[in-house]
Write a protein that binds this ligand. Structure first.
Ligand code: FAD
Ligand code: NAD
Length: 471
């Protein structure tokens, strides 16, 4: 079977894989009247990742940072097909995508294969575990909305188990020791949010447990936040010290068991650190489907980190595939800022491509009509004019404009690095936290999300965080 409706044979088919930062930003800017547009993603929503750690501790509700993809699609000029499914294979030679319905309602996971003229590959990346024993089975990740919900359930479990009458002192200390692995922005923000919950809510709800609480952040490199300036690293370390969050730098996590993490400090022996919860924020790696796609184009795709693209974000070796965001290996950091700018750029590029394709189609029609017949001067002129118009369409390369970096570090403090008049301006503290909040609330894609997030912040301020588990 061919692609779903709306299908117009005179238009090219554009398939978008993913509904994250890159894909959603493209969909927002795309003129859907130009294409048969199909979006395929295993999640039928967009997730606003910067606020995910706030969901994990109950500051925000999960729904507040999700936006249904159909909501975006519904507002487009021409209907877009949104299919909740996981792409399982891309065939860059025959230009097809195969996808599977992963719903538990279907025991056999039915698959479909559809052709594309252009494919936008925006499937992101997955959490890197380096094959370290116990990580996949026992640590909580912080990438998907389900990860935040799972972490919250585990975290509340630790607290309630510690509160159970007769729990030994040692066991309470273990259960209430939270370990965050990875000193990148995700790990730092997670440790900061955990601290806020423990200080602001646990202290009043479970005063007897508060003295047992401890947070440790483990980072393999000599310093946390390597992409931030020295001043901001020092500021973050000082804030964590005041907040009693221990930072273990130069220490590699070698394993995760049910009740501890195995540490290997740079200059000393391996040992176990007892804990109740491990949050794994150790970076990204390419998804299996991306590695499979790269393997099919191994002559051009030699970077294990991700897909190599040219200046126009076309996949090397497959010019009909455009790749954006975390699934690519470029000189840019894997951030939402990069992915969304790439998505917006592709929306503009596809407008020009549609114009160029339409002119090329007319030119072909004209030359087919002239085939074997006497060609009138007027038709020759028309063809020349079309060829000139095609030549005039210049596709500009992608240019990234860095708007700065922001991170929340707990205790109502944030750090910021902003390029102002060509210079890097750094700041940290409570005022930066207010700026962080205003920057993110304005970046949220819809008014609905803005209202929900603002409402959640008010709720937390007046009534505390959500601490009930529903399962
Ligand atoms: P994603 O946004 O991850 O989207 C990938 C999409 O592909 C998803 O919809 C997924 O469901 C879908 N998908 C997966 N597999 C398949 C498949 N097989 N077939 C079809 N679709 C598939 N960046 C910043 O700039 N600022 C921040 O403050 C910031 N905070 C962050 C906080 C956290 C906790 C995390 C985890 C990341 C944060 N980032 C931040 C990084 C940012 O989220 C990523 O760089 C960004 O999500 C990349 O966008 P993307 O479109 O490439 O991938
Ligand atoms: P990251 O790759 O930036 O950091 C992961 C850290 O984990 C690294 O410093 C690494 O040395 C460490 N690590 C890896 N294995 C380890 C081990 N076994 N033991 C101890 N430490 C280990 O990952 P991230 O923080 O998830 O960020 C991913 C991307 O998302 C980055 O580009 C980041 O800039 C972006 N992001 C940005 C923000 C923000 O701007 N506020 C927030 C979150 C994420």
């Amino acid at each position: 079977p061919g692609p779903q409706l709306p299908f117009d044979p005179s238009k090219k088919t554009l398939v978008i894989l993913g509904s994250g930062w890159g894909a959603t930003s493209l969909l927002k800017g795309l003129d859907t009247t130009d294409y048969n547009t199909i979006v395929i993603s295993p999640k039928n929503f967009f997730l606003f990742t910067p606020l995910l750690p706030s969901v994990a501790v109950g500051t925000l509700g999960a729904k507040s940072i999700l936006q249904p993809t159909r909501y975006v699609a519904r507002h487009k000029a021409r209907q877009v097909s949104v299919i909740e499914a996981e792409a399982t294979n891309v065939d860059p030679v025959n230009k097809t995508v195969t996808f599977a319905d992963t719903s538990p309602l279907r025991p056999l996971e039915p698959t479909r294969t559809i052709p594309y003229d252009y494919l936008v590959y925006a499937v992101g990346a997955e959490t890197q575990t380096f094959g370290i024993p116990g990580v996949k089975e026992r640590a909580c990740f912080m990438k998907e909305i389900g990860d935040a919900e799972q972490m919250q359930a585990r975290f509340l479990d630790c607290i309630e188990t510690a509160a159970f009458p007769g729990t030994s002192e040692e066991e309470k200390r273990r259960l209430l020791h939270m370990v965050v692995v990875g000193g990148g922005p995700t790990g730092i923000e997670m440790a900061g949010e955990l601290h806020d919950f423990l200080e602001e809510d646990l202290k009043s709800w479970y005063p007897e447990l508060h003295p047992y609480v401890r947070i440790t952040l483990v980072e393999a490199l000599p310093s946390v936040l390597p992409s931030f300036s020295k001043e901001l690293i020092a500021y973050t370390e000082r804030t964590f010290k005041e907040s009693k969050i221990d930072i273990l730098t130069g220490t590699m996590v070698k394993g995760v068991s049910e009740s501890s993490v195995r540490l290997k400090p740079k200059d000393s022996e391996e040992h176990d650190l007892a804990c109740g919860l491990v949050v794994w924020a150790a970076g990204n790696k390419a998804r299996d489907i991306s590695r499979n796609l790269m393997a099919q184009l191994s002559e051009h795709q030699k970077n294990r980190r991700g897909i190599l693209v040219d200046d126009h974000l076309r996949m090397l070796g497959a010019p009909s595939i455009f790749a954006v965001g975390d699934c690519t290996a470029t000189s840019y950091a894997p951030t939402a800022q990069v992915a969304s700018q790439q998505g917006a750029y592709l929306a503009r590029l596809f407008k020009l491509i549609a114009k160029r394709d339409e002119l090329a189609r007319k030119l072909e029609e004209l030359s087919n009509a002239n085939d074997g017949k006497d060609v009138e001067t007027q038709k020759i002129q028309e063809a020349e004019s079309l060829a000139k118009q095609i030549e005039k369409i210049k596709l500009k390369p992608f240019h990234y404009s860095h708007q700065g970096s922001l991170a929340y570090i707990g205790s109502d403090k944030a750090i910021a690095e902003l390029p102002i008049f060509g210079r890097e301006w750094t700041s940290g503290g409570v005022a930066t936290f207010l700026f962080w909040r205003s920057a993110y609330i304005s970046t949220l894609f819809s008014l609905r999300n803005r209202a929900l997030v603002a409402g959640d912040w008010m709720r937390t301020k007046f009534f505390g965080r959500d601490e009930q588990r529903c399962n």
